[in-house]
Design a protein around this ligand. Structure first.
Ligand code: AMP
Length: 192
């Protein structure tokens, strides 16, 4: 399995978030999952990569060249791909993966997650999306997405596009049991 992980670049977040990231990384190594991520060396991204590398797991970084020029790339991640733009990087994140996991993060993480949800709604991305809701961090997002559905900005079926889990140990199971999705999602993308 190849899983893309979106998560924070910030190094200043609560230790609970680092702990959850480490636990998830260990789950992935145990299950022989290859992780694709943003290539960063700090914050939750750094924790994810450090843990996977320490355990001899597989990890690939995808980063725009300008971030490498300011030395944001993780020095020990050897499988690296550089893109010209952030847009190109986001597209590459979603190619050839079996699922997507989002950990807590800032605007970058939220933007990546919402783009993936939007592409899934349009049937352009069809893989499971799992949101790790450590410490209830994503409760407001969950409420917002559900409000979109309940106020008819989105279709009831769109609730099947994502799943929220509280614990890292439940992430792989959520990926495996996610509702099937395909290109026909375009047929109900707009709530007519
Ligand atoms: P955020 O969730 O706002 O921390 O943003 C995460 C997104 O921003 C990811 O796409 C990251 O790759 C990118 N990003 C921001 N800062 C860095 C950094 N120091 N190193 C690598 N990526 C970063």
């Amino acid at each position: 399995m190849r899983i893309c992980v979106y998560c924070a670049s910030s190094a200043k977040v609560h230790s609970d978030y680092f702990e959850a990231t480490e636990k998830l990384a260990l789950e992935f190594v145990k299950a022989n999952v290859e992780v694709v991520y943003g290539g960063g060396a700090v914050g939750l991204m750094g924790k994810l990569a450090d843990t996977i590398l320490l355990q001899g797991g597989k990890i690939k970084g995808i980063m725009p060249r300008f971030m490498n020029e300011v030395e944001w790339a993780h020095k020990d991640v050897t499988d690296f791909e550089f893109t010209e733009t952030m847009h190109e990087r986001k597209a590459r994140f979603l190619e050839g993966i079996d699922g997507l996991v989002t950990l807590p993060g800032g605007s970058g993480t939220l933007e990546e997650l919402l783009e993936a949800i939007t592409l899934k709604r349009l049937g352009q991305f069809t893989k499971p999306i799992v949101i790790l809701n450590t410490k209830g961090f994503y409760d407001p997002l969950r409420e917002m997405l559900e409000r979109c559905v309940h106020e008819n900005f989105m279709h009831e079926k769109h609730l099947e596009m994502w799943s929220f889990v509280d614990q890292p140990k439940d992430v792989i199971d959520a990926l495996m049991t996610a509702a099937a999705w395909d290109k026909s999602a375009i047929d109900f993308a707009t709530n007519k």
